[in-house]
Design a protein around this ligand. Structure first.
Ligand code: PMP
Length: 304
């Protein structure tokens, strides 16, 4: 399969999409990015990109925060992405990575007076965490970046040092995924995914002021729970110890999709198996993302 990237305003073979070691974003983490999934629908022989305009709207927001001039509209970005996937010819689940970044080559930490670059590449992609039906998690000793230190609601490349520290700490201790607390010790999110608890039949998730990334999957889950399961979501502060007494806990995000957490800090969550609400949401999510549910097909953008 011929591999391409969108780079410096054109489609080029992936080997030609290279940046200098002097690039500002490489040295200082001054890039904004997205992670997007496309799902292959075998019956229709169609590749559907899930909630693509929403991802590019968020990229625009990240770019505003980082003073990056993203020259394309959301609509143009959707067209470029579809064209890239068509050129590469994917007939399987795919992950799409657009990056808008400070492209100037040289020294000097700042956001102003720099050139902006933009690229997109895609890769074939399966699971992000293997144990989606039952992940073991631990609370990381690293705290989530604070909005006034590095804006958590922007998907900024440099901020992922925070995610990497948390993830590796718990994986090296034998767990599958990290749960990260805010500076004042309340639950924020996973290392690269949002988190939901189920208590007494209601969903609870940290509010945006808890330094979460405002996830598109999170928004999807809140809507599906209300519309399809008749379950409300409360956005509020969550104590660490609530993790230990919740009936169910699950992560959600583009990469992780919807993943049950069955153990936290050596304590079983609920029964220690995937819970009924998580199971129903997973089934709904995968059907919808793959373009199999008419009611939600407007979330799925066809590539071919
Ligand atoms: N939080 C962080 C830190 C993330 O990296 C992600 C993945 N983009 C999420 C949450 C989930 O966001 P989304 O559902 O938009 O992928």
């Amino acid at each position: 399969m011929a591999r391409y990237a969108y780079f410096e305003s054109k489609f080029v073979p992936i080997e030609e999409a290279k940046i200098s070691i002097m690039t500002h974003a490489f040295n200082y983490g001054t890039g904004a990015f997205e992670g997007i999934r496309a799902y292959w629908n075998e019956q229709e022989k169609q590749l559907y990109i899930f909630r693509l305009p929403e991802h590019y709207d968020r990229l625009h927001q990240s770019c505003r925060i980082l003073k990056i001039d993203l020259k394309h509209t959301t609509e143009e970005l959707c067209d470029i992405t579809r064209e890239l996937l068509r050129k590469e010819g994917y007939k399987e689940d795919t992950y799409i990575r657009p990056v808008a970044y400070k492209a100037t080559e040289g020294i000097g930490v700042r956001l102003h007076d720099l050139e902006d670059g933009f690229c997109i590449f895609a890769i074939a992609f399966g699971r992000y965490i293997e144990k989606e039906e039952g992940a073991r998690a631990a609370v990381s000793s690293w705290r989530r970046v604070d909005d006034n230190a590095a804006p958590a609601r922007a998907k900024i490349t440099g901020i992922y040092v925070n995610s990497a520290l948390s993830k590796t700490e718990v994986v090296e201790r034998g767990y599958d995924e990290a749960i990260v607390l805010t500076q004042d010790g309340h639950v924020s999110e996973g290392s690269a995914e949002n988190i939901f608890l189920v208590r007494d039949g209601v969903l609870i998730t940290p509010a945006p002021f808890e330094n979460i990334l405002e996830g598109i999957t999170r928004r999807t889950i809140i809507e599906l729970a209300r519309e399809e399961l008749g379950i409300d979501t409360i956005e509020r502060q969550i104590d660490r110890s609530e993790l230990y007494i919740a009936d169910e806990v699950f992560f959600c995000g583009t990469g992780v999709q919807v993943a049950a957490v069955i153990e936290i800090d050596g304590r079983p969550v609920g029964t220690g198996k995937i819970g009924p609400i998580c199971e129903r949401l997973r089934r709904l999510y995968f059907g919808i993302a793959r373009g199999k549910v008419e009611k939600y097909k407007h979330w799925c953008m066809p590539v071919y």
